[in-house]
Design a protein around this ligand. Structure first.
Ligand SMILES: [Zn+2]
Length: 94
């Protein structure tokens, strides 16, 4: 099966996500997502970003952007990037 990849940078805009140590989850999620997007593109895989800037999205808008490029099919992989705070600093979960 030829998979298609949709990368969702969690949060964004007015929704900062977790904030601490001068970091905001929305920024780290976007950085990770842009990096992943570039790498998948270099590998020649079909890939799309839900957001590529600091953009506020409602849940409905986010879902619409997730399904827009490739639909809601079995061959679509969604990667939603979030960084959770636990104890001191940030940790990464996907
Ligand atoms: Zn999050």
């Amino acid at each position: 099966m030829n998979y298609k990849i949709v990368i969702d940078a969690g949060h964004g805009g007015n929704d900062k996500g977790v904030v601490g140590n001068g970091l905001q989850e929305k920024d780290l999620a976007l950085q990770a997502s842009l990096y992943m997007y570039e790498r998948f593109e270099q590998l020649g895989l079909p890939v799309s970003l839900v957001r590529d800037s600091d953009e506020t999205l409602t849940d409905a808008e986010r879902i619409a952007k997730i399904v827009a490029p490739y639909g809601d099919e079995e061959d679509v992989i969604l990667i939603s990037n979030h960084m959770a705070s636990g104890g001191e600093g940030f940790s990464y979960h996907c």
